[in-house]
Ligand binder design. Sequence first.
Ligand code: SF4
Length: 203
Amino acid sequence: MNIRIENSIKALHKNHFKARFFENSETAIKALLQEIKDTDKIGIGGSMTITELELPKKLMERGNEVFFHWLETTPEGMDEARKNASKADVYLTSTNALTEKGQLVNIDGVGNRVTSMIFGPKKVYVICGINKLAENLDKAMERIKENTYKNARRLNLKTPCAITGICNDCDSPQRMCNVTTIIEKKPSKTDIEVILIDESLGY
Ligand code: SF4
């Protein structure tokens, strides 16, 4: 484990989060699937990491009830999934950035992902590749803003960053950066565990 990873894990523990490091996604997925009961209701926040790891598919195949708005086809269905996800037994998400001080930094358009990380589900797993590590809050914001255009393009949004690849702090009706959260220490009612994987996952 390199020093940045070690420091981040120590800082997370100091901030009262649970945190574990895995050398690869295969072992992380195996551990998660063992810990999550097949009777647990699963909520999932919009996340390329969770999608890349095929966790929605793996959980549904073994019988878990999964609420994930990316699997829905209508705006109403997506909102229903977001609401149900916020009350799930287990919530799976990533984080846009994890600082070496053990802070979770996120920017959301709707806000369902960040609110469900803080309160609602009984257990929250934040699954995070080492590409999300940032030295401090400034660097965390920098990395998030440098990567937001990828989500804008994926969603075919008409934001300036989707066209230029650069954030101009837009006023677009489709702006993705409406809510910024910094989870400094574990919120008192939520069991949050960070699963840090030594791979580049999501963006
Ligand atoms: S504020 Fe607007 S331009 Fe900047 S990253 Fe967010 S959506 Fe893109």
